[in-house]
Design a protein around this ligand. Structure first.
Ligand code: THU
Length: 162
């Protein structure tokens, strides 16, 4: 019995470690890409430029920046820009995302929810404009007890047909 508990605990620990298991080079590369994306931000209203870089399971990095709008509410955040671009490219499996702002700001609630849609264990790297990493967390830590696809699994058959 003890052995089984030990094996289960080891398996659980290794799963957790695996999800945060990015090499230094991968982290640096993601931050560099987010810095680069930040320079493309369209933020004439807030002037708060945000860059994001998403690491896809196939190793590709997809950049995104915030795109503001004169009607304010239509603004799209950098993280969501990156995810929507990646999905439009046919990618749906992501390992990590980095976000760069001038002050190391954390992803907003809407972006946390969208990241959760694709991988609750996604590693989120938060950095300042000079590349200093201020936090490296899983999405689960940033958005505990999230509502997500799992909540709708049983309702799919109930979706009204046309
Ligand atoms: N912004 C992002 O791009 N990501 C976030 O997670 C927080 C906020 C953008 C939206 C807006 O263009 C600017 O930052 C100020 O809110």
């Amino acid at each position: 019995m003890k052995n089984i508990i030990f094996i289960l605990l080891t398996l659980l620990a290794s799963t957790t470690v695996y999800s945060m298991d990015l090499t230094d080079t991968q982290v640096k590369n993601l931050v560099k890409n987010a810095q680069e994306a930040r320079l493309k931000a369209y933020a004439p209203y807030s002037t708060y430029q945000v860059g994001a870089a998403l690491l896809s399971e196939d190793g590709q990095i997809i950049q995104g920046c915030n795109v503001e709008n004169a009607s304010y509410g239509l603004t799209n955040c950098a993280e969501r820009s990156a995810i929507f671009s990646a999905v439009s490219m046919g990618k749906k499996n992501f390992q990590a995302i980095s976000v760069v702002t001038k002050d190391g700001g954390s992803p907003c609630g809407a972006c946390r929810q969208v990241i959760n849609e694709f991988n609750p264990d996604m590693v989120v790297i938060i950095a300042k404009e000079d590349g200093t990493v201020v936090a490296k967390k899983t999405l689960r830590e940033l958005l505990p007890e999230a509502f997500g696809p799992k909540n709708l699994q049983d309702t799919i058959e109930c979706t009204p047909k046309k």
